[in-house]
Design a protein around this ligand. Structure first.
Ligand SMILES: [Zn+2]
Ligand SMILES: [Zn+2]
Ligand SMILES: [Zn+2]
Length: 202
């Protein structure tokens, strides 16, 4: 009997988080994420409040920080995924992060971030090497959505920056602690040449 896996781009959480009676709040979040700026919310935001536009931004929650390896990993599946620090990821004390997916990137946004179906981590897939995976071999992005991240922008309430790309294993990891976390490519994650990514959380 095969196990049914609920992979990220089929998450049911999106609807529960952004229900129909929260359309305006939903849209204001969209404005913040889309980079139009909070100053434009009152006027520009409402004038652009079209159901079709609000619905065109796809979001998904249940992305969590691992307190052992620092990566952002999807926590909505039965398996939490192999952790390069040993065992599986541990999401204790993590916020509930929200990612945009399958939505055209706006200025200061970067797409082609993908979910690994083996280790559950979010990793950049724009290079020839997909990066070492703690579950063995390299990350596998089959069945992943195309995730978009904000980078190098001032943070707003409900957002957290200092998330960085590891140039060895390609994952997104939090860089705000003294330890950068174990890297499946050896040693700890290396964030040289990374942008400063910002995540929104609930
Ligand atoms: Zn981990
Ligand atoms: Zn992986
Ligand atoms: Zn790494």
């Amino acid at each position: 009997m095969s196990q049914r896996i609920r992979h990220p781009n089929f998450s049911v959480n999106q609807d529960s988080v952004f229900s129909h009676n929260k359309t305006r709040r939903d849209f204001l979040r969209y404005i913040k994420i889309g980079g139009l700026g909070v100053a434009g919310v009152t006027t520009t935001g409402l004038s652009l409040l079209q159901p079709t536009l609000a619905q065109s931004v796809k979001r998904q929650d249940e992305w969590r920080w691992c307190n052992k390896c620092q990566v952002l990993a999807f926590a909505g599946n039965a398996s939490l995924g192999s952790c390069p620090a040993g065992g599986v990821h541990n999401h204790k004390d993590s916020g509930n992060y929200i990612l945009i997916y399958d939505t055209p990137p706006r200025p200061k946004q970067q797409d082609n971030w993908r979910w690994c179906n083996k280790c559950q981590a979010l990793a950049y897939a724009g290079f020839a090497s997909l990066g070492a995976c703690p579950a063995g071999g390299v990350h596998n992005h089959n069945d992943s959505g195309n995730y978009t991240l904000i980078y190098d922008r001032p943070t707003l309430p409900g957002q957290q920056d200092n998330w960085r790309w590891c140039n060895k294993c390609q994952v997104l990891a939090f860089a705000g602690f003294a330890s950068f976390g174990a890297c499946p490519a050896g040693g700890v994650h290396n964030h040289n040449s990374s942008g400063n990514y910002t995540l929104e959380y609930l």
